[in-house]
Design a protein around this ligand. Structure first.
Ligand code: HEM
Length: 479
């Protein structure tokens, strides 16, 4: 009996020593073998249905907040779209993702995106943002930015005169999305022919619908239609690139400073230009990234301006003052944009309350640890924009619409992230800011409006961007 007890005691001691040894002397990677709390849900389906329904209703932040509360952790694991995913929220988690560089975390593209953008098979994703930022920064330098504002000013004015004036009613989203498309196409590629633009518009709308759907390439499916129209668009883009290349060869001092010229001239660190497939994908990325997001942002801002009318007069006053001080100059300039502080705070509060992109995905390239948890190689990370932006810890009374949150320098870093942050910050942020402010200046100068569908719901069709269900139809009044 004594011998048996001795045997058990020795066994227990060995187990304890083994555990302690592993804990204190194992290398740090082995020590942190605890993956984040959470559940992978049902086999294969995981929590996809719940996640996609939340995405459709613009409520991903609730999906995330429920679980962070349940697991008492800012990171938790789940399974979405057949992938093992760790969901991140909160400023520390955001900072971790935005400042990790491109070595450990890379952007993740669903299969549908990879197939619609063929260059993704040979261009490392980490090259994307840098190249896009290079293209945009040149485009927005101090000399070119005044030309850009000039064009935006002229186009906003003529769009409102031609499509809004004289109508008692308009569907804001339809008109604004068309406007942001025409502006993007003209500014990025110098195309002015209306028929050509309208034809491209139809095609880009079909193409975009295929971005976040199952990649079933079978006649009749949304993805099939997107792939089909993608081929046609590629042919047209190829011709546009060839024409511009020829123009640039014949006249190297050509004054066309636009994204098309930049994409053609952009070289990597070895002086190598992009391949044609990559150029086309870049142009597609800019166009799609630009018109959907900014079109929806302007629509939502106009809706909020009408619904939160306690802020309306202040904003009109700011815009009127800018108009008065401009005289006799009629076109907005960079200094005027800088003065639109109240208007921009209002825009920021709209983007906090209804983020245009509810979140962004990354792929883990090597095992990483965050907050003591292991996130294994190959897993995906989903960063929820809304879960941070609607967290009372960083935005007191988060359901209250309050643009004054953005006054001064009071915000905790990495809490307001509608454009992402760090190295993968949206390359079009400044372009979007100018486009939104210039358009608002003109629409407020010319019109007042009233919703035809009170408290119209906002949903995210095709899981892309939030849109009022009826497109925000309004009755228009001239100022
Ligand atoms: C209100 C307007 C906009 C919002 C809210 C927005 C937001 C975002 C966000 C959140 C990302 C992802 C960042 C990440 O993955 O961490 C992104 C990426 C991107 N945006 Fe925007 N964006 C807007 C307008 C624009 C405009 C006007 C352009 C074009 C000029 C643009 C071009 C892009 C591109 C090309 C990317 C992908 C960059 C990459 O490959 O990493 N965006 N945007």
């Amino acid at each position: 009996m004594d011998l048996f007890l001795l045997f058990i005691a020795t066994l227990l001691a060995m187990i304890i020593i083994n555990i302690l040894f592993k804990y204190f002397f194992a290398n740090p990677k082995e020590k942190n073998t605890l993956v984040p709390p959470g559940t992978f849900g049902l086999p294969i389906i995981g929590e996809t249905i719940h996640f996609l329904v939340s995405l459709y209703y613009g409520l991903v932040h609730e999906f995330v907040q429920e679980r962070t509360k349940k697991y008492n952790s800012n990171v938790f694991k789940t399974s979405i779209l057949g992938q093992k995913v760790v969901v991140f929220s909160g400023p520390n988690a955001n900072k971790f993702i935005f400042t990790r560089g491109n070595k450990l975390l890379i952007g993740w593209r669903p299969n549908s995106v990879q197939k619609l953008f063929p260059s993704t098979s040979f261009v490392p994703i980490e090259h994307d943002t840098k190249r896009a930022q290079n293209v945009m920064s040149y485009f927005l330098n101090s000399q070119n930015v005044e030309t850009l504002i000039n064009t935006m000013d002229y186009m906003s004015h003529t769009h409102l005169e031609n499509h809004w004036k004289g109508n008692n009613e308009v569907i804001v989203y339809d008109l604004v999305k068309l406007f942001t498309f025409i502006l993007s196409i003209r500014v990025f590629m110098g195309i002015e022919n209306s028929d050509k633009i309208l034809n491209l518009y139809e095609k880009f709308n079909i193409f975009s619908r295929g971005l976040l759907v199952l990649d079933i390439n079978f006649p009749g499916t949304t993805f099939y239609k997107a792939m089909k129209v993608g081929k046609e668009l590629r042919k047209e883009m190829k011709a546009i690139i060839e024409k511009r290349r020829k123009e640039l060869l014949e006249n190297p001092n050509l004054s066309k400073v636009d994204v098309l010229t930049q994409v053609i001239n952009e070289k990597d660190e070895n002086g190598k230009c992009m391949s044609e497939v990559e150029m086309i994908d870049k142009l597609f990325g800019f166009i799609i990234g630009s018109y959907h997001t900014t079109g929806t942002a302007i629509t939502l801002i106009m809706k909020y301006l009408e619904e939160k009318n306690e802020f309306f007069n202040d904003i009109v006053q700011e815009q009127n003052e800018i108009s008065r001080n401009m005289m006799p100059r009629e076109v907005l300039c960079w200094n005027d944009i800088q003065k639109m502080k109240k208007t921009w705070n209002f825009v920021n509060e709209v983007l906090r309350d209804t983020p245009i992109l509810q979140g962004t995905f990354r792929e883990v390239v090597e095992d990483i640890t965050y907050d003591g948890f292991l996130i294994p190689k190959g897993w995906k990370i989903y960063l929820s924009v809304g879960a941070t932006q609607k967290n009372g810890e960083y935005f007191p009374n988060p359901t209250k619409f309050d643009p004054s949150r953005f006054e001064g320098n009071g915000l905790v870093p990495y809490t307001s992230i509608p454009f992402g942050g760090g190295q993968k910050m949206c390359p079009g942020k400044e372009f979007a800011r100018i486009m939104i402010l210039v358009f608002l200046h003109h629409v407020l100068k010319k019109f007042r409006w009233e919703a035809k569908v009170p408290s119209e719901k906002i949903l995210c069709p095709f899981f892309l961007v939030p849109v009022p269900t009826n497109g925000y139809p309004v009755t228009l009044y001239n100022v």
